[in-house]
Every structure is written in structure tokens, then in C-alpha cells.
Design a protein around this ligand. Sequence first.
Ligand code: HEM
Length: 370
Amino acid sequence: MSEIEPGATSSTHRRAWPALLSITLIVAAVALAFAWVAGWLTPGRLTPQRFTNAIEAGNGQIYRGFRRAHAKGVCVAGYFEGSGKGVALSSAALFAPVRTPFVGRLSIGGGSPYGLDGKARVRSMALQLNSADGQQWRMAMNSFPFFAVSSVQAFYEQTVANAPDPTTGTPDPAKQAAFATAHPEFARFADWAKTAPWSTSWANTTFNGVNAFRFINGSGEIHNVRWSMLPQTAFEAMTPEQRATVDSDFLSEDLQRRLVQAPLRWTMLVIVAQPGDPTSDPSQAWPDYRQHVDVGTVVIESSTPQDTGACRDINYDPLVLPTGVTGSDDPILAARSAVYAVSFNRREHDIATGKAAAATGDAKAQGRRP
Ligand code: HEM
């Protein structure tokens, strides 16, 4: 048995000190990183949680169990049929001349699941395409041709400016005017909202991807693109009288009537950017004469209410992409991905803990839960 040299214990302690200090520093750094990510160190920083809180405040109340934006909608199902022309642009499997099934959702803008269809300026289509190679492509598109603002911060400010004032229950016009002055690009969107005709149906609405993405083909060539879904159903505009008198659920009722007759179709048109076209700013449309490629057809065959349909628990995160497609340098894409995740987690938590909103309001509202 060896004897311990006098002084060995204190020298062991001396050797242990640097290791203990390193461990303490690592633990402190990890704790700080968590606190920073959570926004506790920078209370003014725009986090996905803070953005979602602002959206909830803008809705005037929290509609538990529902999407915090585009809350009213219906689930749809069908397939995408590739034309084969997209293969030159992207190696994504669905661009081959094959059928790829999807679970989709048609919705209106706004945070209330009881929103009135006749008042909804923005209509939307979301798709989760599941290709045979096991890959997924999720996309969420809107009827506006370009985004209202050019940055994430500006969209946050718009959300705050449009929130109902607690004293009047309606947005404060002074705050809205101050927002519009601070973000001159918003004038283009305001003009679209005021002048563009309102479609009579989801079936005859054009849905635009708005943000830029990158397509990579089998040879590794990269193209910046945007895309739109062009309805094969003839466009028809609503009259102001129709808008004032239509049933609050006319869009889903119209959809059901049409689907009994035949499936509904949209052509997916890919717009290829030229050098210099802005890819990081979705508020700027690209010129109309850019190359357009008809890459296939979206076919909707059936619909189900969202409270029982397969779309209820899907987060249509625009950055879930297959090989052959990536996000662009547009920072709004990453913000969407982060905020959708928070909105998704909150509504799934509501559902899992039995806090989803009970059916109130319009009995015919498609968004309600039983
Ligand atoms: C920073 C910008 C944006 C923010 C913060 C935002 C926020 C949100 C949120 C919170 C949801 C609900 C997500 C869920 O609970 O599943 C949502 C849904 C949606 N957003 Fe956005 N959005 C943004 C930009 C856009 C843009 C540019 C488009 C279209 C081109 C778009 C189209 C949609 C659509 C179609 C849905 C409904 C998807 C569904 O049916 O589940 N959003 N958005």
C-alpha cells in the first residue's frame, strides 16, 4: 500500500480548480444562451414568441385550438400531376410526369375561426405534398401577388398597428397612418387591397407563393424562382352587393357544391428570376415578362371540415422542402418557419390539454369544433 505524500491533497485540489472553473463557465454559457434564445436578456428583441403574442393580441382574443392566423378554413385532398417540364429546373421528384398526393387546406386571412367569408380580402391555399421517394414539400400561398411589407420587423409593426384599441375595440387610425408613413412600400399593397376584384370562389382564385425560393436541377444548376397556382376555373368577380349579402360560409359551401360535380384544378406556374430580380424582398413583384414554366397541375378532389380533417394537425411550414428546392435569401421565410412553429405548438397544446375553443358564434362556421 502506497503512502500518500504530505501535500498531495492540496495539489490534487489545485489541479481540479481549472476543470471546475471550466465546467462552471460552460454551464453559465449554456444558461445564458438559453436565456438569450428565450429573449430574457433582450426584452425588446423580436422573438417568434413575441411575434405570436402580437398576432394573438391583433385577433382581439385567443381562439384556443386554432391557427393563430388563417384560423378559418377547410381541409382538402387531391394530387399534383407533374408536366415533366419542371425537371429542367429542379430535381424534386414530383416534377416528373407522376401523380403526387397531398393533404391541403383552403382558408381565409384573419385570426378568427368564425370570420365572415364576405369580409375576407385574403384567401389562401396550403399543400403538404408527399412524394413517392418519401420526401415532403409544404407550401402556404395567398391571393395577394406580393407581400405588404419588405421585412419581418415591418410586418410585426403592421400587426401591432392593426390590433384593436382596448377602448374602442377597433384599430387606432393614427397608429395605422404612422405605420403606413414609416413603410412606404405598404402603399402598393394598400392599392391592391382597394382595387383588385374579389373572386367568387376559392376555385377561381390565383394563389401566389410570394417569397422567392431556389430550384436546383439534376446538373446542380440553381435558379431563383417564385410560383403561382392559376385556377383552371374561369375568374368571376363578386359585386359589392354580393359581398354585403353573401353567407358567412359561402366559400366552403361553394367548394362542396363544385366538388360534387368535378375535381378542381390549378396550373402551377414557376416564374424564373433574371439576375438583379430581388429575391430577399417579397414586397417587390418581378416583371411579368419573366420566363414562366407550367410544371404541373394541382387537383383537389375532396374536402372535410378542419376540425376532423387531416390538415388540422399539419404545420404548413414553408421551409419543409424536398431535395431540389431550398429557401432563398429572403429572411421572411425563416421568420415564417419560426412563428408557424410557435402557433402550431400553442394550438396543439390547447387541443392536448382540452382547452380548444367550444363552438360559439355562427353555427355554420366551418372552423368550429363540436
Ligand atoms: C413574417 C411573415 C409572416 C408571419 C409572421 C406569418 C404568420 C402566420 C401564422 C402564425 C400562421 C398560422 C400557422 C399555424 O398555426 O399553422 C400563418 C398561416 C399562414 N400563412 Fe403566414 N405569416 C407570414 C407571411 C406569410 C406569407 C408571405 C404568406 C404567403 C405567401 C403566408 C401565408 C400563410 C398561409 C396560406 C397560412 C395558412 C396555412 C394553413 O392553412 O395552415 N404567410 N401565418
